[in-house]
Design a protein around this ligand. Sequence first.
Ligand SMILES: Cc1cc2nc3c(=O)[nH]c(=O)nc-3n(C[C@H](O)[C@H](O)[C@H](O)COP(=O)(O)OP(=O)(O)OC[C@H]3O[C@@H](n4cnc5c(N)ncnc54)[C@H](O)[C@@H]3O)c2cc1C
Length: 386
Amino acid sequence: MDFTFDEEQREFRAVLRSFVDREIVPVAREWEQEGRYPTQIVAGLKRLGLFGITVPEEYGGLDLGPVPFALVFEELARGWMGIAGILGSHSLSCRMIAQHGTAEQKQRYLPALATGERRTGIGLTEPDAGTDLQGIRTTARRDGDHYIVTGTKMWITNARHADPLPCLVKTDPHATPAHRGMSVLLVDAGTPGFTVTKDIPKLGYKGTESCEVVLDDARVPVENLLGGAEGRGMQQVLSALEWGRVNIAARSVGIAQRAYDEALAYSRQRMAFNRPISDFQAVQLKLASVATTLQAARLMAYWAADAVARGRADAETGMAKIFCSEVALEAAIEAMKVHGGYGYSTEYEVERLYRDAILMSIGEGTNDVLRTVVAKSLVRGQARVG
Ligand SMILES: Cc1cc2nc3c(=O)[nH]c(=O)nc-3n(C[C@H](O)[C@H](O)[C@H](O)COP(=O)(O)OP(=O)(O)OC[C@H]3O[C@@H](n4cnc5c(N)ncnc54)[C@H](O)[C@@H]3O)c2cc1C
């Protein structure tokens, strides 16, 4: 068994670390609290080529495997999880277009998506359907060489910057089972009838926007049907979500690492009873517990990433996403406790980690739903433990 990164991965991590320490860590707290869009950081992500991490090299991307892909999200989330959000659904959709798009769609979109000149996101969730994607109500009716699309999408990250925004729709609302009538349409920004109607106010995950999007008889050309055939949307989306769970597991490790770093540093400089609080065993126990679960979470996240590199890994990615997201939240809470009253202050980093960590158990499938996915794989014998 080899639990070490290879030399190329270590070098890549060093580049990411120095970028995050230089360009994200010093500004994250202030910009997050101001609600400022991190334009300069986005420029840095472009410079590093990170908008192309899941784009094949022939279209100008880096075409990373799942392990270096996870490194990107761990390191960015250590600096500011909202920045990982800017790249997250962008990268999943780039991969979905690369895997399932027609040759013409790949040529049309991927080169500009790889440089960040264009950005994207993913439009699945609706006001009345999140987990139950087969229950979506957005429909696309064929009218000559266009689809007429009607519906509302909720919580769409990057919606104000996405061009195109891939949207899951029902091209045959009467199909049974429902997924056979579902397709993905690549909706270009500026399509008549496509409007980003509001930014949803939220607890954390600031820096990137999460929006409501309305499609009101939006006219989408038929050539924007992903892959050129109806009825494949659910399968296309699910293939993207596997990498999404690796992404969330890695972000969670980044949050937990930062919580640990902040707690350790604070405990060494905060004095009580004429000693640094790191001298007290009660504080040491917290540090040791966070360090232990953090290291276990890291191993699990990269184990799942490695499993994806080898083939289908629903159970592994599900387990990693569940475990790592729960470790992130616990680490953030423990780090707040180590900070005493200051942990509750917006003048310190740890309260942001707490607000951001909670989302990790919701996005890319709630942890409860993922437990059912993991259980199914185990019961059907598709995955084994041990
Ligand atoms: C900040 C943020 C950003 C997001 N970004 C995007 C985005 O870019 N694109 C996008 O499409 N979506 C996005 N989402 C939506 C996210 O994916 C959904 O919120 C998530 O899938 C859950 O769906 P829901 O909110 O409708 O909850 P529901 O599906 O209504 O679930 C509510 C509760 O019921 C439970 N539940 C539901 N079904 C079952 C079941 N079968 N078994 C057991 N328990 C069940 C859930 O676990 C949960 O506890 C984002 C959400 C947030 C908060």
